[in-house]
Write a protein that binds this ligand. Structure first.
Ligand SMILES: C[S@@+](CC[C@H](N)C(=O)[O-])C[C@H]1O[C@@H](n2cnc3c(N)ncnc32)[C@H](O)[C@@H]1O
Length: 217
């Protein structure tokens, strides 16, 4: 951890970080204003979340991460850019989603380059699992968006299987009738850059929660 990240954790935690477990009503009132709600899970060093916060000042954004140097780095960025629309959970995403957000309370969830756990015996450690995605879909508002990215093809296929098994979700390509997934404006994160250096292709998977459970979006 750099000295800047350590200082940020020491001095800025009270300003930006929330307790690891909150009642859903308290998470909502973390911002003293209404607005669309976004969540980035596993934000790493925080580059993409900072960009989201700058581009969408009207959104109330939450970040979840367990890696302290990454949290320190995000806090530094929030301070430098004087951003007030981000709050941080230092906790496992599974707990935060289950306990701190109510049903239909989030407009968009982003998970970029989650750890791929390539070995078969480690697949159970992958974040994207049926049970986790079921909770995630429940927390999305009808019409809300789920955006995943990975540079690991076997994980992209795994994600597709998990997402396609969710009857409440519809893929962007199916929703628009355009089977080629559209280009998505995403800041290149540290792990994306690493994947590209290794010659990996990147998959962006974008799904929406259906607006009503009986009809497609
Ligand atoms: C491969 S890194 C990608 C980071 C960043 N999204 C990027 O693209 O550079 C995966 C991140 O997910 C975080 N992570 C892993 N499991 C998590 C969990 N259960 N809850 C929250 N964060 C998690 C890790 O600490 C790590 O920073």
């Amino acid at each position: 951890m750099t000295t800047g990240q350590a200082r940020a954790l020491e001095q800025l935690t009270d300003r930006y970080c929330l307790p690891p477990v909150l009642e859903p009503a308290d998470a909502e009132s973390a911002f003293s204003r209404p607005g669309p709600t976004g969540l980035e899970i596993g934000f790493g060093m925080g580059q993409a979340l900072l960009r989201w916060a700058v581009e969408r000042p009207d959104w109330n954004l939450f970040g979840v991460e367990v890696y302290q140097p990454g949290i320190g780095s995000l806090l530094l960025g929030l301070e430098r850019q004087q951003l007030t629309n981000v709050r941080v959970f230092e906790a496992a995403a599974e707990d935060v989603l289950a306990k701190s957000f109510g049903a239909s309370s989030i407009d968009e969830v982003r998970i970029f380059f989650p750890d791929p756990w390539p070995k078969k015996r480690h697949h159970k450690r992958r974040l994207i699992q049926g049970a986790f995605v079921s909770v995630l879909v429940d927390r999305l508002r009808p019409g809300g968006r789920l955006w995943l990215a990975t540079d690991w093809e076997p994980y992209a296929r795994w994600m597709l299987n998990v997402l396609e098994a969710q009857s409440e979700l519809v893929s962007e390509s199916a929703a628009s009738g355009d089977l080629s997934q559209g280009a998505h404006q995403r800041l290149e994160t540290r792990f994306e850059a690493r994947g590209k250096r290794l010659g990996h292709r990147v998959w962006d998977l974008v799904y929406y929660r259906k607006r009503c459970s009986t009809a497609s979006r």
